[in-house]
Design a binder for this molecule. Structure first.
Ligand SMILES: Cc1cc2nc3c(=O)[nH]c(=O)nc-3n(C[C@H](O)[C@H](O)[C@H](O)COP(=O)(O)OP(=O)(O)OC[C@H]3O[C@@H](n4cnc5c(N)ncnc54)[C@H](O)[C@@H]3O)c2cc1C
Length: 412
């Protein structure tokens, strides 16, 4: 650990945890991140996510300038259109929008990002403070300080412990044992199909303008193109020589939203049967749909197929501030229906860093700063949880709810 005046331990090296680590470092605050996975690419996390002005603004606030530039250079083309089609690819609705930034200006940012590329960018410059293969188990308070314990029996003391350990957060379970997570009853089977010439020729041209949603009864298939503005290897060589983004090429992300009851097995059974089984399930569901959709699923990277349970936090009442806090999905996990989860996690990271930096600069109370962070974070975080759940439930639990709801409103 450094000899900085304040020492922070972050549990979880996901989007929120790594973004916070950058911001704390920039503020001269000592930080170490403990991540359970043995490496960054240990699990398939191949899908793209959509970031907006909240996420982009937070990244600009926390990252070194060149890493932020690398993020915008490697992000997808700005979204200009959302299209809803039926399973024969007949257009049902479309909404065009403008005001989106082509140059990465966070105020109007609206674009996709490849999750792994973003995580690699976020890890850059933090290699000396991120400990992989370190699974947090519990903490105990030591006066005004905290000690965090890990599965290998080791422990570390700090002034502030931040749980950025996702929806199943152990930090939250210790800090707020009464906080509950609801299963929203939907599963998303995700996959990616490399954008070969053959696949590109089949795709509906409108996909190049933004997100597309195929509606087929109780099923929804979301399609999103991941085509970076600049080749990530070239952008990295230009902006951060030595960073290997390990970009595997352009792809189409697809995601089939299915009521859990329609899946051929429990979550545990599906995960033990593997990616091939999930892929065959999706292929079976789209059989008979437009040939381009059938081919898109056939041509997928089968081993990148995975299934995610859609869960949502139940908002909790304010709690007594201590030297342990939480950010991101650890406290406000939400349905992806509004594309808000990662944006809020990044927002939390920036808010926490800003609040701590101000307290350190003014010699103010750490507890008061954490309390202020928690008050504001829970306000917008739980509002986003409620809005996401409402958007999803308006469409029978379909995680594409926001898009569908929004289009419904615009087309009235
Ligand atoms: C299918 C899907 C699509 C989504 N699409 C979008 C989108 O388009 N836009 C958007 O804004 N959001 C989206 N989200 C939400 C977004 O992915 C999450 O909100 C975001 O990843 C939360 O970031 P986080 O840092 O809080 O947690 P995570 O990214 O989950 O990171 C938590 C980290 O903690 C580690 N960890 C867990 N337990 C421990 C432990 N005991 N010890 C040490 N480390 C631990 C994990 O390994 C992980 O690396 C989507 C979510 C899903 C499921």
């Amino acid at each position: 650990m450094s000899d900085a005046p304040l020492q922070v331990v972050i549990v979880g090296g996901g989007l929120g945890g790594l973004c916070a680590a950058h911001g704390l470092r920039a503020a001269g605050i000592g930080v170490t991140v403990y991540e359970r996975d043995p490496s960054l690419d240990h699990r398939p996390q191949g899908y793209r996510i959509h970031l907006d002005s909240r996420g982009a603004g937070a990244l600009r606030e926390c990252l070194p300038v060149r890493l932020y530039e690398l993020f915008t250079a490697t992000s997808g083309q700005p979204s200009r259109r959302v299209t809803i089609v039926d399973e024969r690819l007949r257009e049902l609705h479309a909404v065009e929008f403008d005001g989106v930034s082509a140059d990465g200006d966070p105020a109007s940012f609206s674009a996709s990002a490849d999750r792994m590329t973003l995580r690699r960018i976020l890890l850059t410059g933090l290699e000396d403070v991120v400990r992989f293969g370190a699974e947090f188990t519990r903490y105990e308070t030591e006066g005004e300080r905290v000690r965090a314990w890990f599965t290998d029996g080791s422990s570390v003391g700090c002034d502030l412990l931040v749980g950025a350990d996702g929806v199943g957060s152990r930090v939250r379970r210790e800090l707020l044992p009464h906080a509950r997570i609801k299963d929203l009853g939907t599963r998303c089977v995700y996959g990616r199909t490399p954008l070969t010439e053959d696949v590109a020729a089949l795709l509906p041209p409108r996909l190049a303008d933004g997100f597309m949603s195929v509606r087929a009864g109780r099923l929804g298939l979301a399609l999103g193109l991941m085509r970076p503005r600049e080749d990530p290897a070239r952008a990295a060589a230009r902006l951060w020589p030595g960073l290997d983004p390990r970009w595997r090429g352009e792809y189409v992300m697809w995601s089939l939203a299915v009521p859990a009851a329609l899946l051929p097995g429990s979550d545990a059974e599906l995960s033990s049967r593997g990616a091939g089984h999930l892929h065959r399930f999706v292929a079976g569901r789209v059989a008979g749909w437009h040939p381009a959709l059938v081919r898109l699923i056939e041509a997928a990277d089968v081993d990148q197929t995975s299934c995610v349970a859609i869960r949502s936090s139940v908002p909790v009442a304010p709690w007594e501030t201590s030297a342990v806090t939480v950010l991101g999905d650890a406290i406000h996990a939400m349905s992806p229906a509004q594309g808000s989860g990662a944006n809020c996690a990044l927002l939390d990271a920036a808010l926490l860093c800003r609040t701590l930096r101000a307290a350190v600069a003014s010699g103010g109370s750490l507890t008061a700063a954490i309390g202020e962070y928690e008050r504001r974070m829970t306000e917008y975080g739980f509002a986003a949880v409620r809005a996401s759940e409402q958007a999803a439930s308006s469409f029978g639990g379909n995680p594409l709810g926001r898009v569908l709801q929004w289009i419904g409103r615009r087309s009235r």
